[in-house]
Design a protein. Structure first.
Length: 345
């Protein structure tokens, strides 16, 4: 009997078993999900590490039986496994997903492929029912995928109710740290805004909160609002995660629709970035909850010290605005550690 052990960039392979480190939840964002069933049962709750919680507000619960949630790792990571804790709200355990499918994407969410259950050779993974107590069981699902995105979708639940939910998801694998969020961004210029909803709200670190008090909104009549971010020096850009303006009562009057993204080295002369085409793209309308506002990934290419987002058109009405913007850039050195390959017989 021979045992083959590989050690590659922090990934250990013994036989067919892969083991990686936990991918920090703060480096992951929710980019899509089914509509939450009730107040505060939002998909980002699955990243908070509250697998032992028993309160509804600590879980994610969708308003349909086939609910889903999609995550972006903000770079290509080598996934080795994920641990899933089912819905654990006391009195509502039937909302937990009983059979799920897992999909992965390596092209930034453009296309997804189903993950195969290596035990059953199907694309279905069963999940145990929650306990409603602190001993909530989890399922560890092995993966062997390079992915930028992962999506979990319910096929069935543990009851006949038309709701589905999860408690916590933890991801494991190798994260290259070749792309990182740019921190200490400041807003250096902007068009008009409504008092109480300043442009600085777009960089205040509250991405999922759709409450207008945490968003930026232009003055009435300023449908072509724009905002400039100072990145603190030249960055080789990778992508943005944008959370659109979310206010449930006036949703169609305020969120941006078609936007142009441009870059500058000095904050004065701006040129459209090459990705998206001519710097222009369309972002989706926000769902309009007080929280639970999924982000949207917009790929970029080029270098810039300043970044400008201009609203070409909005979703109607006389205002335009955004909730939050995260900027991601490549690490200063493009040469990444390749690790050491060790073969043991």
């Amino acid at each position: 009997m021979k045992t083959i052990r590989l050690v590659l960039a922090g990934l250990t392979v013994v036989g067919l078993s892969l083991h990686g480190e936990e991918i920090p939840s703060e480096t992951i964002v929710v980019t899509d999900a089914a509509t939450p069933y009730y107040s505060n049962g939002f998909p980002e709750n699955t990243l908070k590490g509250l697998e032992s919680g028993t309160i509804r507000e600590e879980q994610f619960c969708a308003n349909i039986k086939t609910g889903w949630v999609a995550y972006c790792f903000n770079e290509a990571v080598t996934l080795t496994n994920l641990n899933i804790w089912n819905y654990n709200a006391a009195g509502y355990l039937g909302y937990g997903m009983s059979n799920i499918q897992i999909e992965v994407s390596s092209d930034w969410g453009q296309t997804y492929s189903l993950v195969t259950n290596l035990q059953t050779m199907t694309t279905v993974f069963p999940l145990p029912k929650g306990t409603g107590a602190t001993n909530n069981p989890f399922s560890s699902i092995p993966l062997q995928h390079l992915a930028t995105h992962l999506r979990i979708r319910a096929l069935t639940t543990h009851s006949t109710a038309n709701y589905s939910g999860l408690s916590t998801v933890r991801f494991y694998g190798v994260k290259p740290n070749a792309i990182a969020r740019v921190t200490n961004i400041t807003v250096s210029a902007y068009s008009s805004f409504t008092s109480g909803r300043p442009p600085s709200n777009t960089v205040d670190g509250t991405p999922y909160i759709g409450d207008y008090n945490y968003a930026w909104l232009s003055m009435s009549g300023d449908t072509n609002a724009w905002i400039v971010f100072n990145l603190g020096g030249a960055k080789t850009l990778s992508h943005l995660v944008i959370w659109n303006y979310a206010q449930s009562t006036t949703l169609n009057n305020r969120g941006m629709k078609d936007i142009q993204i441009s870059g500058s080295s000095n904050g004065v002369a701006f040129a459209p970035l090459t990705i998206p085409t001519h710097g222009e793209t369309t972002i989706k309308i926000a769902p309009g909850y007080a929280a639970g506002n999924p982000g949207e990934v917009v790929r970029l290419e080029g270098q810039a010290a300043y970044l400008k987002i201009y609203c070409v058109s909005n979703y109607g009405g006389t205002h335009s605005g955004l909730s939050e913007v995260y900027v991601f850039a490549h690490a200063p050195s493009s040469a990444q550690a390749r690790g050491t390959l060790i073969l043991v017989r």
